[in-house]
Design a protein around this ligand. Structure first.
Ligand code: SF4
Length: 218
């Protein structure tokens, strides 16, 4: 255990290429925390719902630092479902790493170390978890943060555009990302919609899926 006794349930820690958002393509250490209170229809990390290994903060830090990388991404599951996630995020920053947090948007993103770049989902209708969106989070997002809509069909797209406008997201967060659901919506279709509407968003595809498909640990 660490001196503070803090520990977290961890599904995996691995070194790969960041597949999404602003640091896409950067070599990154991923810390995948176990557990998530949501059940999105398109979830690609269901293996992180249960199990995992309890690790002390010190052991997590040692493993992360062993890769000698600059970037670290704390993901899940839903990392914020574990109270000690905030301590981990702060400690990663203290160790000089550039830290991002991937979160569902269903749990409060308050009291996160300001050095952390937050990548927050807004759950679309076809996720099946739209009712879990905590819209109070939007006012906590800053220019260094990003917001992501995972889109499965035209209804999701129109709903997402409406939310971008309703909350003036294009003017308030660093990046508004529209991403097609893997193997559900043709990526080129989403691009066509975005271009036709001059939508103030950034299209993204999950680079790791293009490279390795749905393999865990990638
Ligand atoms: S929030 Fe993320 S980890 Fe949780 S069910 Fe949805 S996609 Fe999966």
């Amino acid at each position: 255990m660490s001196k503070s006794g803090a520990s977290l349930k961890i599904t995996e820690i691995f070194f790969s290429i960041q597949g999404e958002a602003q640091t896409v393509g950067k070599p990154t250490v991923f810390v995948r925390l176990t557990g998530c209170p949501l059940r999105c229809h398109y979830c690609d990390s269901e293996y992180a719902f249960y199990g995992g290994e309890r690790m002390s903060l010190d052991d997590i830090m040692a493993k992360v630092m062993s890769y000698g990388a600059t970037y670290v991404c704390v993901t899940g599951g839903e990392p914020l479902a574990q109270p000690e996630a905030r301590t981990l995020l702060a400690q990663l920053c203290e160790n000089g790493l550039q830290v991002s947090l991937e979160t569902s948007g269903a749990l409060a993103i308050d009291n996160i170390d300001p050095r952390v770049s937050v990548v927050m989902d807004v759950k679309t209708p076809s996720s099946g978890e739209m009712s879990r969106n905590d819209y109070d989070n939007i006012s906590l997002l800053r220019a260094e943060d990003q917001i992501k809509f995972v889109i499965g069909d035209r209804q999701d797209y129109e709903w997402s555009l409406f939310k971008v406008s309703e909350y003036n997201l294009a003017g308030s967060v660093g990046e508004v990302l529209f991403s097609p659901i893997y193997e559900q919506l043709e990526p080129s279709q989403l691009v066509e919609w975005i271009l036709a509407d001059r939508a103030p968003v950034r299209f993204q595809m999950q680079l790791h899926k293009a490279l390795w498909g749905d393999k865990p640990g990638r």
